[in-house]
Structure formats: C-alpha cells, structure tokens
Design a protein around this ligand. Structure first.
Ligand SMILES: Cc1cc2nc3c(=O)[nH]c(=O)nc-3n(C[C@H](O)[C@H](O)[C@H](O)COP(=O)(O)O)c2cc1C
Length: 367
C-alpha cells in the first residue's frame, strides 16, 4: 500500500523533500463532486480530495449529493469532509455522523468569503473571533479521533489575528493546515501573500498546504520553494487543466512534465460532459453548466479568448461541441498553454460575488 502522504511528510523537516510534496484538489462548491473527482482522476489524481462544504446548523443534515462523493468515491484517493458552521453542538454532531462514512478526516472551513456566509459568522467570518475558533477547534479535536484539518485564509480584512490562530492550530493538534494566502476581503483575484504562508509553515507543527493561484506545475514548485510548504492545494486551475496534479508530481520528481495538446482538451471536455450528465437535466441547462467549467478551460486555448467568446454563445450540445471541434481540432497537436493567457479572464466584470450567493459558486468566482 502507498504510504500515507501526510504521515510521511509530517515526519520530515518542512520543505526537505520536494519529491514527496503533497497535492490536493481544493474543495469547490458545485464542482468537486463525484463526477468531477472521477474526471480529475482519469487525468492524474491528487493525493487528497476535499468535499464541498457541508453546511452545519441546528436543522442541518448531511447533504446527499455531497455524501455521494465520499460513499461512492472510486478514485482510490482519500477524501476529507469539509464542514462550515459555528454551532459547537451541531459541528460535533455532524463530524460524528461523517466519521461513520469513509472519510480521510474532518476539515473545518475558515475561509469562505461570500458575504451571506461571513455575515453569519461562519467560514471566513470566524477569522474575526479567535476566541470562538479556540472553542470550535477544541470541541472538534475532542470529537475527531482521526485526522482533523483546517482550511483558512490569512485574516478577515487584515492579518492581526493570524499568528494567534496559528498558535491555536498547534494547541489543538490540527493534523494538516491549508492556507489560502489572501484575506476574506481580498476575495479571489488579488495577489496571494505567499510570505504569510511561509510564516505559517515556520510557526505550525503540522504539514501546510499552500493554496491560491497555483496555476501550473512550475508555479507549484516555485510556491513550495518560497513557502517551504509540504504541498499545494489547487482549485480553479485544476478545472482549467486536469493534468495539473500529474504534472506537479512529474515536476517535483524532476521528470519531464506532460505536454497537453488541444486534442487532449477536446477529450477532457467530452469526458466532463458525459460525467456530468444527470437524468432529467434539460440539455440547455447541461450546456450552461459546461460553460462554467469551460470559462476556466478557455483561458489556455488561445491568447485572444476566441474560444471563450464562441463557447459562451452555445445553446445546444451540438453547437457546443461544434465550437469545441472548430477551436480544438483544427490544430490538434498545438499546445494547451500550461499557464492561462494573460488578460483572458474566466468571467469579465465579475470580481465581487453577488450578495445573493450563499456560498462560493461557479456563478460568481472567476480566475
Ligand atoms: C467555484 C468555487 C467554489 C469554492 N468552494 C469552496 C468550498 O466549498 N470550501 C472551501 O474551503 N473553499 C472553496 N473555494 C475556495 C477554493 O477552495 C480555493 O481556496 C480558492 O479557489 C483559491 O485556490 P485556487 O486559486 O487554486 O482556485 C471555492 C472556490 C471556487 C472557485
């Protein structure tokens, strides 16, 4: 059996063995479900998956579609169940319920920046209240005999509480910490503060995953060098490029990195379409759902954004795939750019999530 990567890395001085660096797919609402996990695995699975967050409150129950990504996980890789909430009784109840399923561990969300979420003092909102975080970490640590992990941003609108929260991570013996190197107020498109991630790596005793704008295997190696983190967590750029985990592994082992062609990308889009097909989902809605993934994919197809422009106008499956064939199979051997083309953005004019959004969603988040 493959040695457990977190255990293997946690025994090493941080940053000592880049060849063994960890990779994880970031939890993403509406994205990291069973279908997407299976597609990612086809192109090269990360070491770990994380579910979309389970909302926790007095009336909450385990959402069935998220539970499927645990119960029917056929990727061969462990999946952590992520919780978002602030009520201690119900957080521990939910963690206990989830531990009856095949989870790698329980992860607490301390980062979601959607106003509807942070205003309820959950997700990123909790970063304003270290005393509350202390209570929650203590209760969850006591309720979770196995692996208990945290995914956090570096602060709410500044980093005054950052060191204090990192000390709580140590005090409560958190097993793995992911840091998205932005504050809540910085949302998704500012620069990422890798220096803050480096400070966390130096301060906490558990392995740290660096997260935020890890766009390629080369960037992953640079971020590991800069932060000395034990690994990287990748979100939007894995939607754009599902080969990224395989490429990271090759890069870390100093092997040649897989070159992806436009024909490979056409294969990915077909596979994603089939995997996300749901009984009863009208064709138009399925096409619209595909456009949300393709918003990211299009950033690496052509520097002028012509694929993005055309694909956004498709209304039927036939039209969508005709556009894909035109843009991807005319020069099938041309390279799919490992980095997004500069200036080709996933959704223009969409930096601030809608106040109506009650979480992080593909409707509102760009790259
Ligand atoms: C569509 C979408 C949904 C997200 N949902 C979650 C979530 O459920 N839980 C969470 O901790 N972070 C969520 N995030 C944040 C990502 O996990 C990640 O921290 C962020 O996108 C930065 O990483 P990236 O630059 O690799 O995308 C979401 C991000 C996106 C784009």
């Amino acid at each position: 059996m493959r040695p457990d990567p977190v255990d293997a890395v946690s025994r090493l001085p941080a940053g000592q063995q880049p060849g063994s660096a960890l990779t994880a797919l970031a939890p993403m609402q509406d994205v990291t479900d069973l279908a997407f996990m299976s597609v990612i695995t086809h192109y090269g699975a990360p070491d770990y998956f994380f579910t979309e967050f389970f909302r926790v409150h007095a009336q909450s129950h385990l959402e069935k579609h998220i539970l499927r990504s645990i119960d029917e996980n056929a990727t061969g890789r462990p999946v952590f169940a992520q919780l978002i909430g602030e009520d201690i009784t119900h957080l521990t109840r939910t963690a206990t319920e989830l531990l009856r399923h095949n989870v790698a561990g329980i992860d607490l969300n301390l980062g979601c920046p959607a106003p509807k979420v942070y205003k309820k003092n959950v997700g990123g909102g909790l970063l304003r209240e270290p005393a509350k975080i202390d209570e929650i970490l203590g209760a969850l640590r006591a309720a979770v005999p196995g692996r208990f992990t945290v995914k956090m941003r570096i602060g709410f609108d500044d980093t005054v509480n950052f060191e204090r929260i990192l000390d709580l991570v140590n005090e409560h013996r958190v097993d793995l910490l992911t840091i998205h190197g932005r504050t809540v107020k910085e949302m998704y498109r500012s620069e990422v503060h890798y220096d803050a991630i480096a400070r966390a790596v130096a301060r906490v005793r558990c392995p740290v995953l660096a997260n935020g704008n890890v766009t390629s295997a080369a960037r992953a190696a640079a971020v590991l060098g800069e932060t000395r983190a034990a690994g990287v967590m990748i979100g939007r750029h894995a939607i754009r490029n599902p080969w990224i985990f395989r490429q990271c592994r090759e890069q870390f082992a100093r092997q040649p990195v897989t070159r992806v062609t436009l024909a490979d990308v056409r294969d990915y889009i077909g596979r994603l379409y089939r995997a996300t097909m749901v009984d009863g989902l009208p064709e138009r809605m399925h096409v619209n759902k595909m456009k949300k993934y393709l918003n990211f994919v299009g950033q690496s197809v052509d520097p002028a954004g012509a694929f993005l422009h055309d694909m956004r106008r498709a209304e039927t499956e036939a039209a969508l795939f005709a556009i894909c064939d035109r843009h991807l199979l005319a020069e099938p051997a041309r390279e799919f750019s490992p980095e997004p083309y500069p200036g080709v953005i996933a959704r223009p004019n969409c930096e601030t999530p809608s106040l109506l959004a009650d979480g992080c969603s593909l409707e509102t988040i760009t790259a």
